[in-house]
Design a protein around this ligand. Structure first.
Ligand SMILES: [Zn+2]
Length: 457
């Protein structure tokens, strides 16, 4: 993509041009995208030329974390720069707290035209508070003939039973592009939520054919139910089955990456890219049996928390920077607000990732809260990761020596510095405890849909 060279606004003052206009902000979330399946993070298959190209000219964050391991709380944090226990989504049926300021609202108040297309409208939905602040909020599900596709969801929506499937990234693009104004008089904030790598793994043909190494007898997709069943029984897939699953997942990643490339090209064609900052990330990763499970929303191990994160400011020449500090999705809204010249709201925890110098230190807190049944937290400081389990027990990992989290250290292990243990325990104890709140009820349609996506195990 062409680099905007008209005015290197952030590097040198442009005489006579006055203050630079706020940039268009494009925030792309790829649901369930595990960082290590992208080339920029070391994957050895060509799944992500678009993401890698963006990162190669922008800033790649090599240690970025999702603040939770499932969609709703994680996107809630991305919208509010607060933890799950602070923004209102601490149980399955929860939505964002109406009183908590959200990114889109702050940008709209500052003059932005705000447009969102949610490819995961079961969770990133108006009824859960995610439409607040958007001039246009489009939930997107596609009609599908009953039972015809692996990824058909038979769910009750709007009081009637419907056969729907999640949209493909290209369909999300089409919807978004239709909603862009013909004339841009205000800066744009675009929120784009792709969902292809989420189960079921059902890539479309061109990507399937590129990534299936061994067509064999296995089907061209795998249903959410099949993966849940595998997780439930604890059955370990054999090497061939693993390869098959990885092929399908990689094909989904390549499919979404191709659509990302198409979106960037279209923004360039419309003249929007040269004044845009694009951020691409994920709401969480995916476990492939790393700790005995499949899917996400079940643990707080790194395979479900490590998210890709790249930022490209097209107003500047490509820089190709890498940042190795631990950052999380709470840092994204505060960075976007800083780019827009808008002050962050009180209570936002994030930093400006593009500020000069070293990032201020911040303990990262990652939460998996589902009422009384799940109450887990992970706290990161330096190389240390503390896991606090639902029953209150603690496990430690030292991530620099044990990146796969294979060697848990008990709370009294002499290798864990005592002062750190005391301090992080204090941090954990100071966080809100939403377990006492009554469980909100889920309507039948939402329950069906969450079940179909594997969340009610
Ligand atoms: Zn998700």
């Amino acid at each position: 993509m062409r680099v905007g060279l008209g005015c290197l606004a952030a590097l040198i003052a442009c005489a006579g041009e006055g203050p630079a206009a706020p940039p268009h902000l494009v925030l792309v979330v790829v649901d369930t995208l595990r960082a290590d399946r992208l080339g920029a993070y070391g994957h050895d298959r060509p799944t992500s030329p678009s993401f890698d190209g963006l990162a190669a000219e922008g800033v790649l964050f090599t240690r970025a974390f999702a603040p939770s391991s499932w969609t709703k709380p994680s996107v809630g944090s991305l919208f509010t720069s607060r933890l799950s226990s602070e923004h209102g989504i601490a149980r399955l049926g929860d939505g964002l707290d109406d009183a908590v300021p959200v990114l889109a609202e702050l940008l709209r108040d500052a003059g932005y035209h705000t447009i969102a297309v949610s490819g995961n409208p079961i969770q990133v939905a108006e009824r859960f508070g995610f439409a607040r602040g958007f001039d246009v909020f489009e939930p997107l599900m596609m009609p599908a003939p009953a039972g015809a596709f692996l990824d058909t969801l038979e769910i009750e929506l709007g009081g009637r039973r419907q056969s729907l499937r999640l949209p493909r990234a290209r369909e999300v693009n089409q919807r978004l592009l239709r909603r862009l104004p013909a004339e841009t008089t205000r800066p744009l904030f675009l929120y784009v939520h792709y969902v292809d790598p989420h189960t079921p793994y059902a890539p479309t043909r061109p990507f399937r054919e590129t990534f299936r190494r061994d067509a064999g007898e296995r089907p061209d997709g795998v249903s959410t139910d099949a993966l849940i069943e595998m997780a439930r029984t604890g059955r370990e897939p054999d090497a061939e089955e693993r390869r098959w699953l990885f092929d399908l997942y990689d094909a989904e990643v390549a499919q979404v990456d191709a659509a990302l490339g198409e979106l960037l090209a279209e923004l360039e064609r419309r003249g929007l890219a040269r004044n845009a900052v694009v951020v691409v990330t994920a709401d969480h990763g995916e476990e492939f049996g790393d700790h005995g499970g499949w899917g996400h929303g079940l643990t707080l191990h790194d395979e479900v928390l490590r998210a890709p994160l790249a930022l490209r400011d097209f107003r500047r020449p490509g820089v190709g920077a890498r940042r190795d500090e631990a950052v999380d999705l709470l840092d994204v809204p505060t960075t976007l607000l800083a780019l827009a010249g808008v002050e962050a709201a009180p209570g936002m925890r994030g930093r400006n990732l593009l500020a000069e110098g070293a990032l201020p230190e911040r303990d990262l807190v990652l939460e998996l809260l589902k009422g009384r049944s799940q109450h887990r937290r992970a706290l990161l400081r330096g190389p240390w990761k503390l896991l606090v389990h639902t029953d209150g027990s603690h496990t430690w990992y030292r991530l620099d020596r044990d990146p796969g989290e294979r060697e848990p250290l008990g709370p009294a292990d002499p290798r864990v510095p005592e002062a750190l243990s005391l301090e992080l325990s204090r941090v954990e104890a100071s966080l809100p405890d939403p377990r006492g709140l009554p469980e909100p009820s889920l309507d039948a349609g939402t329950r069906d849909a969450l079940e179909a996506l594997g969340y009610l195990r």
